[in-house]
Design a binder for this molecule. Sequence first.
Ligand SMILES: Cc1cc2nc3c(=O)[nH]c(=O)nc-3n(C[C@H](O)[C@H](O)[C@H](O)COP(=O)(O)O)c2cc1C
Length: 414
Amino acid sequence: MTAGAPGGVAGAGLPVVLDGVSDKDAQPVAAPRPATLRQVMAQYPTGVTVITSRDPDGVPRGQVVGTFLRVSDEPELVGFFAMHASRTWLATKPTLTQFCVNIVSDHQEALCQSLASGSAPGLTGIPHSASHDGNPALHGAIAHIDCTVEQILPFGDHDFVVGRVTHAHHVSAAHPLVFFRGGFGRFASTSRTGNDHDFRAQLAEVDLLRPEMDALAAATGCAVTINALDGDETVVVAAATQAGPRALRVRVGQRLPFAAPFGSLEAAFGPDALRQRWLDADVTTGNTREQNAAVLDAVRARGYMISYGHDAHARIVSAAQQLAKRDPARRAEYLAELRNFDAVYNGKGSAGLPPEFAAGELRSIAVPVYGFDGGLAYGLTLWGPARPVSRAEQGTLVTAALRCAGACSGILGG
Ligand SMILES: Cc1cc2nc3c(=O)[nH]c(=O)nc-3n(C[C@H](O)[C@H](O)[C@H](O)COP(=O)(O)O)c2cc1C
């Protein structure tokens, strides 16, 4: 059958054009081979979980599993299929009485790749602690579901493992990791969620703050920006800049992950759920959860966030944006840059001031702006000038930024 046959036009002897190619030019195309079930199933996206348990020696183990499903509500049963050939399953099955389902977030791709490759035994190098019922619980997962083994049934080359839920805990609002056509990806909503509406309303509201931003920029000669949270990213939604040859350019629309080393202002001054989400999301700094919590406490106690080092910051923003493109070949390099940056980003008081400060490289001062409900609405950032700044001048800039943020909060009714 020719390409044009269904419409009957080819039968009239006229050349048929599909996508600009005449059927006279067409090369014979091999008949499609029937696809295997595996190929067809690759068209169906799955979520990603890590099933954790202990092997007979008590060693924590983890297996990446995409076949996790809810089996029953009453009683609460869940299940997954384990390949007979999996070394992890072979090692854990004989003594398995309980396990934990970790629903992993889209920040945990590297962890899943490493686990699925079987390169390192068990959970070596993967941060985890005891779940509610004593199973290994991965840090940074969205949810932990503890189960006892209800039944294990063989089907073909897999076992169907049914678990009775003993404890289910939703620990973070991060987005899930998904698996589709042989690769990892992230979830994007096509519907207008409550968050989208919130974000759009915020953009209109920010216009009200423009006179205050312009006044601060004029008084200090510095660029001033407003940041808002949009899902799991922070976005520059407005900028007031001073024209000048060395003026700093911060693009409106610039997005950075809401994860350390970024977003500490929102995490420090936002509600507790936001703080927990930020603590869960860190995959870059190499800090422990406690160290990151201490950073937030310090920012809160100080009343603002301060960072030093112009080049360091520019490099890190670029690394974060490259990281977001998810090129596995360069991931390690970008992560290393982010780690190096962390020390600079959150100056921890005079004792810990980074070397950049010696050159007076004040990068940014970020202060909270509150909305009518009294909660954090935006972050206002004053960007340090491209010239040395003394300690005294830094103090003046902090005072000016705090005063401006106070005026902005007043406008919003906060
Ligand atoms: C996205 C994804 C989903 C997977 N789902 C399953 C699954 O449902 N069941 C399973 O036994 N293995 C699954 N695997 C394979 C295992 O994670 C792992 O690669 C396999 O157990 C081989 O490693 P091992 O021999 O070290 O256990 C999946 C792997 C990936 C990357």
